[in-house]
Design a protein around this ligand. Sequence first.
Ligand SMILES: Nc1nc2c(ncn2[C@@H]2O[C@H](COP(=O)(O)OP(=O)(O)OP(=O)(O)O)[C@@H](O)[C@H]2O)c(=O)[nH]1
Ligand SMILES: [Mg+2]
Length: 306
Amino acid sequence: MISTGTEKGPAGPPRGVVALVGRPNVGKSTLINRLLGKKIAIVSPVPQTTRNVISAFWENPRARILLLDTPGIHRPHHLMNRRMVRSAFQALHGADLIAVMMDAQTGIGPGDRFVIQESARGDQPRILLINKIDKVRKSRLLPLIEELSHLGNFREILPISALDGDNCDRMEEVFFRHLPSQPVPEMIPMPTEETPEFQTAEIIREKILFATREELPHSTAVIIEKIEERKGITWIHASLIVERDSQKKIVIGRQGQKLREIGEAARKEIESNLGHQVMLKIWVRSVPDWRGDDRMLARLGLPSGK
Ligand SMILES: Nc1nc2c(ncn2[C@@H]2O[C@H](COP(=O)(O)OP(=O)(O)OP(=O)(O)O)[C@@H](O)[C@H]2O)c(=O)[nH]1
Ligand SMILES: [Mg+2]
């Protein structure tokens, strides 16, 4: 555990925890990467891409903000999904400022209403980010903002595009305005993204999400068994977990082609992050119902409990 500051003292610059929450696929991870200016969270067109709360300090001269990216809030059908959603709620309830995000293109659905309602349980300030405005006409956006202004009692509503950066510079100001100006005595979990195992597993998982379709993205997980340095080369041994042998065949592909594609794409990105040669070995294992398996979920960094 680390502390974002327990010291007493004169009012300082704004500091605190900002949680980004919303339905799956609205663009939370895209935004956190943009704000930090580097990739800390994987992004894909597949809903439920993010499975863990991912945190990173957003340092700048005017504020010290811990940004939390969270799993998309959805109706869970597996123990894994229940834990994902619970961790998103924990992040939300522990935050000093809640940024609810929705997708301008899809408009307000029952999932958004649920998130808005749940985010209002505490007394923290909340802002609403309407994302993907690059995809909608102004004539559709204005009535949407009007409708939302009656819905959630938000301090501010900000239309943005996390993809092309439109209006994202204004977000800094919005965060500064609504964060407490006193140090916040808040204990938060150690940022998960800092471990090389987590980062590496996520990069591999991202490549799987792009290389597979239908049920497979949701039925796969990646576990890093070992990372070792030998003569200037990083050796990574990873297990790619699927649920059934039939899925094993798909992810390996004809003559191993699909798995080679996934491994190659992941290795290139890991090499570019590390700045040196990487050897990546991936074994595919089938673990029936791993999404309901307590030990597996613990290895994947999901919180314990029902
Ligand atoms: N056009 C457009 N697409 C966007 C924007 N922001 C995100 N996307 C796309 O939306 C998809 C989902 O983005 P993510 O950042 O993974 O969404 P998320 O909310 O983190 O999703 P989960 O992790 O599943 O909860 C990706 O294909 C992104 O490229 C945006 O501003 N405009
Ligand atoms: Mg995400």
